[in-house]
Design a protein around this ligand. Sequence first.
Ligand SMILES: *[C@@H]1O[C@H](CO)[C@@H](O)[C@H](O)[C@H]1NC(C)=O
Ligand SMILES: *[C@@H]1O[C@H](CO)[C@@H](O)[C@H](O)[C@H]1NC(C)=O
Ligand SMILES: *[C@@H]1O[C@H](CO)[C@@H](O)[C@H](O)[C@H]1NC(C)=O
Ligand SMILES: *[C@@H]1O[C@H](CO)[C@@H](O)[C@H](O)[C@H]1NC(C)=O
Ligand SMILES: *[C@@H]1O[C@H](CO)[C@@H](O)[C@H](O)[C@H]1NC(C)=O
Ligand SMILES: *[C@@H]1O[C@H](CO)[C@@H](O)[C@H](O)[C@H]1NC(C)=O
Ligand SMILES: *[C@@H]1O[C@H](CO)[C@@H](O)[C@H](O)[C@H]1NC(C)=O
Length: 271
Amino acid sequence: MEPPSGPASRRHVPWNRLLLAVSLLTFWTPPTTAQLTIETMPPLAAEGSDILLLAHNLTENPLAYAWYRGERVDNSQLIASYRVDTNATTKGPAHSGRETLYPNGTLLIQSVTQKDTGSYTLLVTKDDLQTERQTGHLHVLLSLLTFWTPPTTAQPTIETMPPLAAEGSNILLLAHNLTENPLAYAWYRGERVDNSQLIASYRVDTNATTKGPAHSGRETLYPNGTLLIQNVTQKDTGSYLLLITKDDLQTERQTGHLHAPLSMQFSSQEY
Ligand SMILES: *[C@@H]1O[C@H](CO)[C@@H](O)[C@H](O)[C@H]1NC(C)=O
Ligand SMILES: *[C@@H]1O[C@H](CO)[C@@H](O)[C@H](O)[C@H]1NC(C)=O
Ligand SMILES: *[C@@H]1O[C@H](CO)[C@@H](O)[C@H](O)[C@H]1NC(C)=O
Ligand SMILES: *[C@@H]1O[C@H](CO)[C@@H](O)[C@H](O)[C@H]1NC(C)=O
Ligand SMILES: *[C@@H]1O[C@H](CO)[C@@H](O)[C@H](O)[C@H]1NC(C)=O
Ligand SMILES: *[C@@H]1O[C@H](CO)[C@@H](O)[C@H](O)[C@H]1NC(C)=O
Ligand SMILES: *[C@@H]1O[C@H](CO)[C@@H](O)[C@H](O)[C@H]1NC(C)=O
């Protein structure tokens, strides 16, 4: 039954690169026209919410749809299938009790959890008995949102770059609007200034960086107060605090939280 249209060899696109594409809101579109595409709605979902895997540009008059876990068509990994002629939905061994397959090929996953991460494949059987398929991957993304803003003006603010990052990628916690002529910076895990939670500190007068007990080996503190976290993992989620010591020995601080929402991006792998 396969392969259908498209190159015979499967395109290997690293998932990390796909995710960076997601955060830039541009992703690779297959060169063929009117190809089956999958869109997730919402594009980013918090754990516990519902997501729709919308199937677009389905073939006209399809005979059946089937959704699988994984990147292959494997009956032991069937979530659900739908036959158009009988309107019959069949649940498979990989059905978790939270999936609903609609007559238009769209799959609803309710109360999404981290256990739902991994690959998904939609198989469409056309009226000429040829099949089309599309595979995608549900990722965990990390993002930092500033949740506490001090009431003073021109306060330091923290921005994450990129705003969303895949596990394994690098993120910058950019410190903006820092006081002029600061004496020192320090980054902590948590929401309090607690030396046992120090990641790293920097003294401007000596250019000296000191690593603290909460340094994982993956953080770099730059002279401008920005923190780089390399190879970010889910263990990095939680609160972060930046403490700035000003030249009058007063301190300013900013706290943020690194979250792990879920996102699904469908690649355009062709078979
Ligand atoms: C469906 O295919 C048409 C024709 O190739 C294309 O213009 C359109 O963007 C596609 N829609 C989606 C949602 O992929
Ligand atoms: C398919 O049906 C579901 C449920 O009615 C709907 O939410 C979804 O938008 C439909 N998909 C498309 C691609 O229109
Ligand atoms: C399937 O559903 C469609 C519309 O929902 C309906 O017109 C058709 O009669 C149904 N077919 C069967 C076999 O139930
Ligand atoms: C820096 O502070 C000024 C004055 O309060 C504000 O207008 C500006 O948006 C701030 N910049 C950033 C990047 O937070
Ligand atoms: C601070 O320095 C780093 C490393 O040179 C740079 O990537 C970052 O953009 C700088 N931060 C700001 C807020 O300019
Ligand atoms: C710290 O770095 C700055 C610029 O990078 C340099 O001008 C200064 O001499 C350095 N100070 C010390 C104590 O090394
Ligand atoms: C990040 O991961 C890459 C590939 O696994 C590894 O080569 C590199 O040393 C890691 N960097 C840090 C700072 O852990």
